[in-house]
Design a protein around this ligand. Structure first.
Ligand code: NDP
Length: 280
């Protein structure tokens, strides 16, 4: 199975399908990521907040894979938005991962009600990290359109991606449109809504029609919309299932039917980025 690479506006490219490690327990991370590599995943999405960067690093070293075959993303934790903290903690991530450079560093949450609303200083710290070669690309996560406009207006530097909650119950079109307007690719987190969409009757009917599972149909819907996904699973069977997305296609009508399941704000499973203010 060949995973397509999507071109980012800074000239680099990213595998459209990866493996997410949110809620993968740190002691099990190295073994879990090793299994994901064996299945064929080459793009790993971790974060300082997940506490498992060291396990990702261990799996990378054990894999024998060339560094340039891998795409590694991590995210700056909410406690480190001040520029001096951000600078130091970029280095700490590289140390834990055992890498000289990651492929993508993200601001995890904008926290507009914290740090006097100043996430621009945080963005400037990531710009410096990129200039210093510590990360190939920089992006953001959970940024609403106004947050995106602000960092772009104030620095002139456009993130390559915005990683936000997207799945059939929260299609998040406004944020996707704002991303597209700036040439920013959307990364869809919780792409199967942590399992919540898998019993949906519409998705079930489409799955029967195409002879695939509800998870595969949902992930394929994301792929056909052009978003980047990295489903998480602790089971090697489900890792394989989620990886097998590129040997079938949904019709435009099937894509449309799944998009029609959107419940707007009621479909959100995670925090609202405008009000989320949690600092570990
Ligand atoms: P997902 O939508 O990927 O769902 C994961 C859950 O679904 C797990 O409970 C898993 O269980 C189950 N599952 C996975 N595959 C299948 C399948 N084929 N059939 C049935 N159940 C399945 O949720 P996540 O929240 O983990 O999101 C994916 C990634 O997105 C994260 O790992 C992280 O990298 C990123 N993320 C980013 C956030 C951000 O703020 N930037 C927030 C949340 C996520 P099991 O493990 O038992 O298979």
């Amino acid at each position: 199975m060949t995973v397509p690479n999507l071109l980012l506006h800074d000239g680099t490219s990213i595998p459209q399908l990866g493996f997410g490690v949110f809620q993968v327990p740190p002691p099990e991370t190295a073994a879990t990521v090793t299994q994901a590599f064996e299945v064929g995943y080459r793009h790993i999405d971790t974060a300082q907040m997940y506490g498992n960067e060291a396990g990702v690093g261990e799996a990378i070293r054990a894999s024998g894979l060339d560094r340039d075959e891998l795409y590694i993303t991590t995210k700056l934790n909410n406690s480190f938005h001040r520029s001096e903290d951000a600078r130091r903690e970029v280095d700490a991530s590289l140390e834990r991962l055992g890498l000289e450079q990651v492929d993508l560093f993200l601001i995890h949450w904008p926290l507009p009600t914290r740090y006097d609303g100043d996430f621009v200083q945080t963005w400037r710290a990531l710009i410096e990290a990129q200039e210093a070669g510590k990360t190939r690309s920089i992006g953001v996560s959970n940024f609403q359109p106004a947050h995106l406009d602000r960092i772009i207006d104030e620095t002139g530097v456009v993130p390559v991606v915005n990683q936000v909650e997207v799945h059939p119950y929260l299609t998040n079109e406004e944020v996707r449109a704002a991303n597209a307007k700036h040439g920013v690719l959307t990364e869809a987190w919780s792409p199967i809504a942590q399992g919540a969409v898998l019993d949906d009757p519409t998705i079930g009917e489409i799955a029967s029609a195409v002879g695939r599972t509800p998870a595969q149909v949902t992930l394929r819907w994301h792929v056909q919309r052009g978003d980047i996904v990295f489903p998480k699973s602790m089971s090697v069977e489900r890792m394989r299932e989620n990886f097998a997305l590129f040997d079938f296609a949904l019709s435009p009508e099937q894509v449309e039917a799944i998009s029609g399941l959107d419940r707007g704000e009621d479909g959100r499973t995670g925090p609202n980025p405008d009000t989320f203010d949690w600092i570990p």
